[in-house]
Design a protein around this ligand. Structure first.
Ligand code: MG
Length: 381
């Protein structure tokens, strides 16, 4: 109980004045472009969600109309798609006659919402479990892509379900799987005839030249249930083989598979998102140190430009320059800061003012920008 109280106490916010801009939380480092509680850090933009559940910053790829289908979707050669628009959905039928259906626009990392439905009387064509409502959501297209499998796999195991007539399937090919890589964690699929919902968060692999730095990941919620938990891709998905990851363009179409089976799609929207590793507003331990440093320098320049006279030796100038060097301790920033600090040390203000300067310097001591001995002696005046 005592420990719990201590934790609560530690998380209690200090008065608002403590959060004014300036040196306060742990300073930026190689992986963090921003300090803890940094007032300079950009604020998230506002997104609202309509009654239809679509976020205001989403690109609606299909709203139920023929116009939106023709505007946003095409076949594999960028010609008109053969898929059929009917009753607020677009559908592929049997017989491999429809071809791939892909978006005209290309995307990279994204949040995707897509709904699909199989006919209530879906059968395994030719007794093949992979011919039972097979389609697929190919992120970045089938050429380079990563397939979240679409299949009618409400029943997954003959023994488990007590359905001797059911055609046995493999787990890494059922609905919600990353095809040929990873089965869904559970099977939350509804019966055929009901609409199914995928909410997908996709990050493509990151390369530096031919060096893979991050494998990329797919997270899938299937009818609201987590089935792929930040799955880090092993390869580009394909049938029967392990196909290693390889560099590819940063954007590709969203593509839906024609696997010779009947399946309908509706309510498709996508939100392009920043790479986890380039999103310096939300920097993390995986952020690219070069990009982090570039962001830190940009903030340092902005803060430095706001200082009326960087050569003055006032307490305010020392604190302001201290904040600048917390982002980039180099060049004119470092020289001006150390000069101002030494000039202030020679002619410090009153006790309260010195305390406030030392509070700011403490943050730099914690960040190893200056040694403890660089602080101003209190009570020296
Ligand atoms: Mg498929």
């Amino acid at each position: 109980m005592k420990t719990k109280n201590l934790i609560v106490a530690a998380s209690i916010a200090l008065p608002a004045a403590a959060f004014s801009a300036g040196l306060y939380g742990d300073i930026p480092d190689a992986n963090h472009a921003w300090a803890v509680h940094d007032e300079n850090r950009p604020k998230p933009s506002r997104v609202t969600v309509g009654e239809n559940g679509v976020p205001s910053d989403a690109i609606v790829l299909f709203d139920g109309t023929k116009e939106s289908f023709e505007r946003n979707w095409c076949d594999g050669s960028e010609g008109p798609s053969k898929w059929i628009v009917e009753d607020g959905a677009f559908s592929c039928g049997e017989g491999f006659k429809f071809g791939e259906c892909r978006t005209r626009e290309e995307f990279g990392d994204c949040q995707l919402h897509i709904e699909y439905r199989h006919p209530a009387d879906t059968k395994s064509i030719g007794g093949n479990a992979q011919m039972r409502g097979n389609s697929g959501v190919f992120l970045m297209g089938p050429k380079y892509g990563y397939e979240v499998q679409v299949l009618e796999s409400y029943f997954t195991c003959r023994e488990l379900e007590g359905r001797p007539e059911f055609v046995q399937n493999y787990a890494d090919g059922q609905a919600g799987s990353i095809y040929a890589e990873n089965p869904p964690l559970v099977n939350p699929q509804r019966r055929p005839g009901e609409w199914q919902v995928y909410d997908i968060v996709f990050h493509q692999p990151v390369w530096k030249g031919d060096q893979l730095t991050h494998p990329g990941s797919i997270t899938v919620f299937f009818n609201g249930v987590l089935v792929q938990d930040h799955w880090e891709m092993e390869g580009q998905t394909t049938h029967c083989r392990r196909r290693p990851l390889a560099p590819h363009p940063a954007k590709g179409p969203l593509s839906l598979q024609d696997h010779g089976c009947s399946v309908s799609f509706r309510n498709v929207w996508i939100r392009p998102i920043a790479s986890r590793w380039d999103n310096l507003t939300h920097s993390n331990m995986s952020a690219d140190p070069e990009k982090v440093m570039a962001e830190r320098r940009a903030t340092a320049a902005k803060l430095y430009a706001k200082i009326a006279d960087p050569k003055s030796a006032t307490a305010e100038t020392v604190k302001a320059l201290g904040e600048v060097v917390s982002y980039a301790d180099e060049g004119v920033y470092a020289a001006d800061f150390r000069n101002a600090l030494e000039a202030y040390r020679a002619k410090p203000g009153d006790a309260n003012e010195v305390k406030s300067v030392n509070r700011a310097l403490d943050v730099l001591v914690r960040g190893k920008v200056i040694p403890e001995s660089a602080k101003i002696a209190e009570g020296a005046k």
